[in-house]
Design a protein around this ligand. Sequence first.
Ligand code: MG
Ligand code: MG
Length: 259
Amino acid sequence: MAIIIKTREEIALLREAGRINALALEAMRRAVHPGVTTAELDSIAEDVLRSHGAVPAFLGYPNPSPRRSARPYPATITASVNDELVHGIPSRRRVLVEGDIISLDCGCIYQGFVGDAAFTIGVGHISEQAERLLRVTEEALYKAIEASRVGNRLGDVSAAIQAHAERHGYNVVREYTGHGVGREMHEDPQIPNWGKRGHGIHLRAGMTYALEPMIMIGQPEVYVKRDTWTVTTKDHSLCAHFEHTIAVSDGEPEILTLS
Ligand code: MG
Ligand code: MG
């Protein structure tokens, strides 16, 4: 597959999809507190998307797992708690407790275009260690956005994430990446959270992609739980995930997933 350069009209639709998606994420942000279940957060997000004429993009997404029990994704959001990195399935049994951290990832389709963004947030009071992980992971996202300029290469973006994580003694995941976003949720190119400055494709105006640092305090190895979706750190260390979809332009990079 080739990288699809978007027109101004297409970017306007991506911006609208991203805006609706951001409203769903904000509604969940307000609802995160001890005692809430991840299933409740899921239905909050689904209501916001549908009330704005968008549909969930994750629901029914094909499962890449080769396991026989693999099934399409069953929900609107992914809700990944503590040592869960990404793709946690919302559940009525998963009750958030004070001190948890939770990554909430939401995707929608609006008029044929995709919005995709995520953040990680503490539940009530969280440890200083967790606060620092969240701060550094979000900073890594903004470093990657900042590097998303014509004249740079994809490796500059990836390296910005990796360098910021490792500077703080953290690791980045190897198996999961950012990705192009357009009519499809996952387009080319893949954008690893690790890479070398000065390598990779040259960035061009009209590229639109999701940047998503996934950073852990411990070792970078992860595994997929028996539910065939939830990605968890092997050593069960805390991890965090922030994501925005952005457009490369001739000027400043534009975040498309703001409310
Ligand atoms: Mg996402
Ligand atoms: Mg994504």
